[in-house]
Design a protein around this ligand. Structure first.
Ligand SMILES: C[S@@+](CC[C@H](N)C(=O)[O-])C[C@H]1O[C@@H](n2cnc3c(N)ncnc32)[C@H](O)[C@@H]1O
Length: 502
């Protein structure tokens, strides 16, 4: 393997994906919930978005396609990724995204840095804890130079201490894998095989750790490219939130909160005794450390701002009341109970059921949902309502309530459906693009293929589509797929309408 990657995997490409935490509208909602002013939702048209380590560029291209007035820039040092991203954007007819091939370790000192515009929002997903110290320093320098005052940065990373029990797992996967296979995806698969054998043999530091067990279960269906980029990088290193925040502070960024919205609510993250310990400190970084030790996430999605404008509670609530939300799941499938680190979050049915019913008919502002007649006081306030609906993955922010479907997105969806057609599984997650949402709606690959056929062909033909989507299936399996397509059309069309996709 050549070494221009400085130990980062370069022989196998990454997988195409969309991560809603990276969307500016979502980040703006998270900032508001944490009491930091951000006008993206009120004025969504003028925005410069920057993604570092953009991989195949699916998410960046989707954001550009959904927001034609935005200027979108994406950087990656792997020419295979950049070439694929440019080809996809051209096929999808998206002109407001630029892909730059550059090494983030040194970019800020190169003449090419002049091509990176000032950014209102920057995002780095899956980069920070996978790259070297030198690259992290380069990233901080670039962010410091390019993110405007008031701008937001989203950074995700493998967090400590959640990963502490799995340090040995990653090491054995990488070390054993490198000795057993050539290409890094095969190395990851071989290394995971060794780790599983060690778990079966009772190796104490793997077998006894619940996080390792959970991780190995989750990895069984994972795409080979994902496994290579997760486990095979030389500099892979989970980090503490406080260390990321200290580095970001040197570049003048202050920590705002989590893009996983319910993580901003201590009651859902810690038990009473843990909260009491955390409450002894008014330093938010120490509070966060105690939260992470008490059961914080393995993958953190943090938001930083360069120059925070803190809002008073009334102003925050007033602004949040004007935010429009749409439902992303059918009411009959809405989960009123979901797992959180402190146990189970239970959404009070007396309050949330009518809210979900209202949302099933049309998008609603947070204020309108709270002002509905018969609402018992004390069950929710603007931040809690928005965080529970959106944070549970069952609603999304609507950036342009009045916007209808954008005809140009038909071409994006056709290109995305061709891309998804090359996936190894029809249930791999991907996303639909929406001008109304200003971002993507995460769906299985099959749903994207169906939507794309529906907008181009007009009438639905589930049995025929099943044969076209999966030509090699036996008659019985094709019949099953046809039924699944009919179910998706029945259950999801209203969600697509609400999201302004159709
Ligand atoms: C795990 S992937 C994540 C891709 C994308 N953000 C996503 O979530 O789909 C990390 C990406 O960072 C890129 N990368 C790693 N080191 C880099 C560097 N020094 N400069 C630029 N890009 C880098 C890799 O090529 C890869 O595409």
């Amino acid at each position: 393997m050549s070494d221009w990657g400085g130990g980062y995997v370069t022989d196998v490409g990454y997988v195409a994906g969309y991560h809603p935490e990276q969307a500016p509208g979502h980040l703006a909602l998270a900032a508001l919930i944490s009491g930091v002013a951000c006008e993206i939702i009120e004025r969504p048209e003028e925005l410069s978005y920057l993604e570092l380590g953009a991989g195949l560029g699916f998410g960046t291209t989707l954001l550009a396609a959904s927001n034609p007035s935005w200027r979108v820039t994406a950087i990656d040092f792997n020419p295979e990724h950049v070439a694929a991203a440019r080809a996809f954007a051209a096929e999808a007819g998206v002109g407001n995204v630029t892909f730059l091939e550059a090494d983030l370790a040194t970019l800020s000192d190169q003449p090419m840095a002049a091509l990176v515009p000032e950014a209102d929002v920057a995002s780095l997903h899956g980069l920070w804890s996978w790259v070297s110290e030198e690259t992290r320093a380069g990233i901080l320098k670039l962010l410091g130079a390019k993110v405007r005052a008031g701008g937001l940065v989203h950074v995700s990373y493998n967090a400590l201490p959640a990963w502490q029990g799995a340090l040995g797992l990653q090491r054995v996967v990488r070390e054993a894998g490198r000795r057993l296979a050539g290409r890094s995806d095969r190395q990851a698969a071989a290394g995971i095989g060794v780790a599983r054998a060690l778990v079966a043999a009772g190796a104490r530091h793997l077998a006894a750790d619940p996080f390792v067990k959970q991780l190995l279960e989750r990895l069984s269906g994972a795409a080979p490219g994902y496994l290579a980029h997760e486990f095979m990088n030389a500099a892979w290193k989970p980090v503490f939130h406080v260390d990321v925040a200290t580095g970001m502070a040197e570049a003048k960024f202050s920590w705002v909160g989590s893009a996983r919205l319910y993580e901003n609510f201590p009651d859902l993250m810690m038990n009473e005794a843990e909260r009491a310990e955390a409450a002894r400190f008014d330093d938010p970084l120490l509070f966060e450390l105690i939260k992470d030790i008490s059961g914080g996430p393995a993958l953190r999605h943090d938001i930083y701002v360069r120059g925070a404008r803190r809002l008073g509670e009334n102003e925050r609530n007033r602004t949040l009341s004007g935010v429009m939300l749409t439902l992303t799941t059918r009411p009959s499938r809405f989960a009123y109970e979901f797992e959180v680190p402190a146990g189970k979050a239970n959404l009070h049915r007396g309050f949330y059921e009518p809210a979900v019913e209202a949302l099933a008919a049309t998008p609603q502002t947070v204020g309108a949902l709270l002002a509905r007649p018969g609402i018992e006081p004390g069950h929710a306030n603007p931040p809690e309502l928005a965080a529970m609906l959106v944070g549970s993955g069952q609603a999304m922010v609507v950036l342009r309530p009045a916007a209808g479907p954008l005809p140009a997105l038909d071409r994006f969806h056709a290109a995305a459906a061709r891309l998804a057609g090359r996936f190894d599984k029809l249930d791999r997650p991907i996303a639909l693009a929406s001008h109304r949402l200003g971002g993507g709606l995460v769906v299985p690959a099959l749903e994207l293929m169906i939507l794309s056929r529906l907008v181009t062909e007009g009438a639905a033909e589930p049995a025929l589509w099943a044969r076209l989507i999966a030509p090699g299936l036996e008659a019985e399996q094709a019949e099953g797929l046809g039924k699944e397509i009919a179910r998706i059309l029945d259950e999801r069309t209203q969600i697509w309408r609400l999201a302004g996709v159709v």
